[in-house]
Design a binder for this molecule. Structure first.
Ligand code: MF3
Ligand code: CO
Length: 261
């Protein structure tokens, strides 16, 4: 059963995802060589509590931190640690909150200082592919239209799409139906209806699509140790154009990919 949210529910979801977006911007201010991912996690935890919300990932199925911080060949669900970011790294920061009974969830991959040109391209293509997916996320389309849009954009550039990890419905739980794959065929899958709320979150690898789960039980990395990028927005299905509940506006006011390049 895929929930159709009322306008009142959507208003709360706007607030949840706005808070996640602002938390990611707070993190963005602190992404620089030398900072540990644990320090980023602490900032995010404090910011969320200061805004009367609860970190959604902390304690979720036993997950130990507020953020997921996935560096370089880590795809998603990297656990914040004493690892200090260094120039040339990329780091996916994924954040979720619970506020007034509803969830917010979004992610952004940052460059740390100056990064390799091909890595920059991976970030740009993955970022763009999220918006390709969002353009396909409209009433009357199907889930497969979203995946097809994401996949086509990334494969055209020679990158590969992770299959095992997918986007999801969002609302009173962090993960609700439907699953939202980043690959697929146009016209296939469940039909999208106005008021459905979904997270679209392409996980795109520079090398092969295969992944591997680390012994910590969380961290997903690429099998070939090549880098991977990840961006995520929460959107409401509407007629003609999805409403994006999260926003990268605050992040991109304080962080620019080209600042160091
Ligand atoms: N945005 C991530 C996802 O949808 C949330 C991971 S929550 C965690 O997979 F607690 F499992 F890390
Ligand atoms: Co998600």
């Amino acid at each position: 059963m895929i929930a159709i949210r009322t306008e009142e529910e959507i208003e709360i979801l706007r607030q949840c995802n706005l808070l996640v977006s602002k938390t990611l911007a707070e993190v963005a201010c602190n992404v620089k060589p030398g900072v540990t991912t644990l320090e980023l996690d602490r900032k995010a935890n404090e910011f969320i509590h200061d805004h009367k919300a609860i970190p959604a990932f902390l304690g979720y199925k036993g997950y130990p931190k507020t953020l997921c911080t996935s560096v370089n060949h880590q795809v998603v669900h990297g656990i914040p640690s004493s690892y200090a970011l260094k120039e040339g790294d990329i780091v996916s920061v994924d954040c979720g909150v619970l506020y007034q009974g509803y969830y917010g969830d979004a992610a952004y991959t940052f460059a740390v200082g100056k990064i390799h040109e091909r890595l920059k391209q991976l970030l740009i293509i993955t970022w763009e592919s999220l918006y390709c997916g969002i353009q396909a996320a409209i009433e009357g389309n199907r889930i497969g239209d979203i995946g097809f849009a994401v996949q086509s954009h990334c494969e055209k550039a020679g990158f590969s799409v992770v299959r095992e990890m997918v986007g999801h419905g969002l609302g009173k739980s962090l993960h609700e139906p439907p699953e939202v794959p980043n690959y697929g065929k146009s016209g296939k899958g469940v039909k999208l209806k106005k008021g459905m709320v979904i997270c679209i979150e392409p996980m795109i690898n520079m090398g092969k699509k295969e992944i591997f789960q680390e012994a910590d039980g969380w961290t997903i990395r690429t099998s070939d140790f090549q880098p991977s990028a990840h961006f995520e927005h929460a959107v409401v299905i509407n007629k003609g154009k999805a409403e994006v509940l999260s926003t990268f506006q605050y992040i991109e006011e304080v962080y620019k990919l080209d600042d160091y390049n």
